[in-house]
Design a protein around this ligand. Structure first.
Ligand SMILES: [Zn+2]
Ligand SMILES: [Zn+2]
Ligand SMILES: [Zn+2]
Length: 90
């Protein structure tokens, strides 16, 4: 039985995770705070959606852009359209 010392085993693990595009913490590297992932801010959130960081996904109304009525968020306007159609068919 070949002896594998700890260092070699570590290396093997690293290669294994790199193959799966994950860091050694079992997360995606760009989302792992411990690996300095760019996607995570100091508030443990996705930077893009962090209000405190003024992420690009947050509008001037401190809401998620895609859900902000004043910014013409898609989700809401779609729902409104549906309502209008339903009212008309009645
Ligand atoms: Zn990590
Ligand atoms: Zn933040
Ligand atoms: Zn807005």
């Amino acid at each position: 039985m070949p002896q594998v010392d700890k260092e070699e085993r570590k290396l093997y693990n690293k290669q294994y995770y790199q193959k799966r595009k994950m860091c050694e913490h079992g997360r995606r590297k760009d989302r792992c705070k411990e690996c300095g992932g760019v996607g995570i801010c100091e508030h443990d959130r996705q930077k893009y959606r962090c209000v405190d960081c003024g992420g690009k996904g947050i509008c001037e109304h401190n809401k998620r852009k895609e859900r902000c009525k004043e910014c013409g968020g898609n989700e809401i306007s779609k729902k409104d359209d549906k309502n209008i159609v339903q009212e008309g068919s009645f």
